[in-house]
Ligand binder design. Structure first.
Ligand code: ADP
Ligand code: MG
Length: 252
């Protein structure tokens, strides 16, 4: 039986009167890569943000690794709560717009969480940060500030920073959407490398060809529901639902 790293049960979220996630249930096997596709406004970012508790779900349950949380509408996702902080540290998140600290060099960005969250000595954090920057091909830019890095380099620093807290799961929300086309490849190749190393990942992406190549499973979302999910050979190459077919037709 497959070991599931992520289990989401009956997850729901509304903003005001708008139901953004409607009773979402899904499982992600350990070391699997799940690509989430779908039109703008379908709830893809909200789903990832719920898993990272950047958005607090209204109902349902989420398990990531050994950490489990149940939401009943009264749950608040106050960051200071220790259980929530532990839950959150199970996942590393990478955003479309990098969100690097502009006043810190690349290596300081990567060290930050290790020093402030994990209370690791600076010398050890620095050594680990350099290893991570090496892994994403940026050791020689360690002392560079974000405004002197290209978009692709910034995103690779952001990936190294997310990896620094040794998450069991990595979440990518349109990590290549803000990049110039010629810089997309270097970020995708780092993501591919993580996949090859067995990292469990969920990625919201418009890179359909990339999803077909690296994803074990593809989820098509629309209007807050999972319309269709399965291996890329099914969902991307032979979609069953009309909504999936018309969405994918745009990419052909
Ligand atoms: P996607 O990532 O698929 O484009 P989102 O998850 O960002 O979709 O958004 C889904 C819906 O929820 C959209 O209609 C969006 O306007 C709404 N939404 C997202 N975040 C908020 C928020 N913080 N407050 C109010 N509405 C929001
Ligand atoms: Mg989004």
């Amino acid at each position: 039986m497959a070991e599931f790293m992520i289990e989401i049960d009956h997850l729901s979220k509304r903003f005001g009167n708008q139901v953004v996630l409607k009773d979402i249930s899904l499982k992600v096997a350990k070391s699997n890569v799940v690509a989430i596709i779908g039109p703008s406004g379908s709830g893809k970012s909200t789903l990832l943000r719920c898993i990272n508790l950047l958005t607090c779900p209204d109902g349902g349950q989420i398990r990531v690794g050994t950490q489990h949380l149940k939401f009943d509408g009264t749950t608040s996702c106050i960051p200071a709560d220790r259980k929530l902080a532990e839950f959150r540290s199970n996942t590393g998140m990478v955003f479309q717009h990098f969100n690097l600290f502009p006043h810190m060099t690349a290596i300081q960005n990567v060290m930050e969480g290790m020093v402030t969250v994990r209370k690791q000595p600076k010398a050890i954090a620095r050594e680990k940060a350099l290893e991570l920057l090496t892994r994403v091909g940026l050791a020689e830019r360690a002392n560079t500030y974000p405004d002197k890095l290209s978009g692709g380099q910034k995103q690779r620093v952001a990936i190294a920073r997310a990896l620094a807290l040794q998450p069991q799961v990595m979440l990518f929300d349109e990590a290549t959407s803000a990049l110039d086309p010629e810089l997309v490849g270097e970020v995708l190749s780092v993501i591919k490398q993580l996949a090859d190393e067995g990292m469990t990942m969920m990625l919201v992406t418009h890179e359909i060809a990339f999803a077909r190549e690296v994803a074990d499973e593809v989820i098509f979302m629309r209007d807050g529901v999972v319309v269709e999910c399965g291996p890329p050979a099914q969902v991307i190459s032979a979609p069953q639902q009309a909504a999936t077919q018309s969405f994918l037709a745009r990419f052909n």
